[in-house]
Design a protein around this ligand. Sequence first.
Ligand code: ADP
Length: 160
Amino acid sequence: MIKAIYPGSFDPITNGHLDIIHRASKIFNRIVVVVAENSRKKSLFSIEEKVNMIQNVIAELKNVEVQSFRGLLIDCARSNHANIILRGMRAISDFEYESQFALMNKKMAPEIETVFMVTSTRFSYLNSSIVKEVASLNGCIGELVPPFVEKMLKTKYGYS
Ligand code: ADP
């Protein structure tokens, strides 16, 4: 049984995240998308809103679930009996932070492996911040996020 956790801020989930989840769901037996509660990062959406959006967009993927977590990621992996931490890799600029994060987790929990999936080219420029920036100015985000998330963003910024 290969079970992975896929952690992140997901503020909000984008088509880039979803692409990774879809591809990973064919490789791993189970995936838990983990919305990390991070008090140092200011979020547009609440934890409940983020979990709700993810639940909505992964509904058809039977081996994927979502939960929120506060604390050390390795503790989250252990309590889920997951042996993999899955991360997406967009550009070389992601590498430094991601490798440091993976090495620290490896030091604390040698039994857990970090696995990176390289983004699909069409989503390599995409992140939650740029989506929020465009949405806040009423730009078109239809190709960047699922329709449910687009609706949530429009409501948040008062455009619907
Ligand atoms: P964090 O705040 O930890 O960076 P994010 O919510 O931004 O969390 O992203 C969660 C994970 O998804 C990270 O591994 C990140 O590299 C990956 N990711 C984000 N955007 C994309 C994308 N467009 N394509 C592939 N992976 C992505």
